[in-house]
Design a binder for this molecule. Structure first.
Ligand code: DGY
Length: 320
């Protein structure tokens, strides 16, 4: 393991007789640490901060499975894994609710200016209630545009509908999951969504095809009072273009849990009052992280028994 994860999974792997080596530092593993550990590993429990590329896989002749501790797996070179017949697994399902909750938390924080209000109180600058103080945006009746209608996008839609928001979404095909969650949700072309939504929320897995999907053109196509949320993957937005969009008023605000080059954040975002910035907390609840860890362990144990891992990523299904 490239870093400490919930102990419950380490115990399960040890109980099954595996020798578990955990990089003992609580930070992303360095390339050197990965190159040191991988050559003797049969299984690698990886984090999204580990770049698992062809060179790293080449250094691991025994490796049978990379179990990613995340639902996203854009940190792993799938063609290189396929070529070496290495299974790649992820942790779908168990983090849907936590990530959807966090998206709503970001939306509420941004719409109701919570960070600005909190800073006022903590900074000792609050002079008392005022009729025009920190006026925000009502969610009821606003249009939420969901980009990517998988499990998380659908769960966000359901939560937002409970706040009285109207839901439109864009995805390659009709989502019965999202429409089942929110009767009345309408699938629309991407340009329509940009034009109509008061809030645009990204729930796409990252791939080269969606790199900088949100850039100058798309931000300019949004409403001037629209809010942009990204709790998926940072490189779906162009951070430089987002800064210009916020500075020049092409859109009104942004709530981010992910960044183009984590952990660095565009310095201008840090000083803007119309942003809420979180440190990639989407799945960060104790129960969810325990479940993610157990799912990753279950996938490893299946491969060690010579079985198909339950959460093999679809791109590698031909390996099983
Ligand atoms: C994931 O699982 O992809 C999340 O980003 C982790 O928090």
């Amino acid at each position: 393991m490239s870093r400490e994860i919930p102990e419950v999974a380490v115990e399960a792997l040890r109980a099954a007789g595996l020798v578990v080596e955990v990089n003992p530092v609580d930070r992303a593993a360095t390339r050197e640490e990965l190159y040191l550990g991988l050559p003797r590993a049969d299984a690698f429990l990886a984090c999204l901060t580990d770049r698992v590329d062809a060179a790293l896989l080449e250094s691991a002749p025994r490796l049978k499975v990379v179990a990613n501790f995340a639902v996203g797996y854009n940190n792993i070179d799938l063609p290189a894994a396929r070529e070496r017949r290495i299974f790649v697994t992820n942790t779908p399902g168990v983090l849907t609710a936590a990530t959807a909750d966090l998206t709503l938390a970001l939306l509420l924080a941004l719409a109701r200016r919570l960070a600005e209000g909190e800073a006022l109180v903590r900074g000792g600058r609050w002079k008392g209630w005022g009729p025009l103080q920190l006026l925000g945006l009502d969610l009821e009746g606003r249009i939420l545009g969901i980009v990517g209608a998988g499990a998380i996008g659908s769960a966000v839609a359901r939560r937002a509908a409970a706040f009285g928001m109207r839901i439109i979404y864009h995805s390659r095909s009709r989502s019965s999951r999202l429409e089942g969650n929110v009767p009345g949700a309408v699938r629309v072309p991407f340009e329509h969504l940009l034009r109509e939504a008061d809030v645009v929320s990204v729930h796409l897995p990252y791939s080269a095809a969606v790199h900088h999907l949100f850039g100058e053109r798309t931000f300019r196509a949004m409403k001037r009072d629209a809010l942009f949320l990204n709790t998926a993957r940072g490189p779906v937005h162009d951070e430089g273009a987002l800064v210009r969009a916020l500075k020049e008023g092409w859109i009104a605000g942004a709530g981010l849990d992910v960044y183009e080059k984590e952990p660095s954040v565009h310095p201008e975002l840090l000083t803007m009052p119309n942003t809420v910035l979180l440190p990639h907390l989407g799945s960060a609840t104790r129960r969810t992280r325990d479940r993610m860890a157990m799912l990753a362990a279950t996938n490893i144990l299946a491969v060690m028994r010579g079985e198909r891992p339950p959460n093999l990523v679809p791109e590698l299904s031909a390996l099983a």
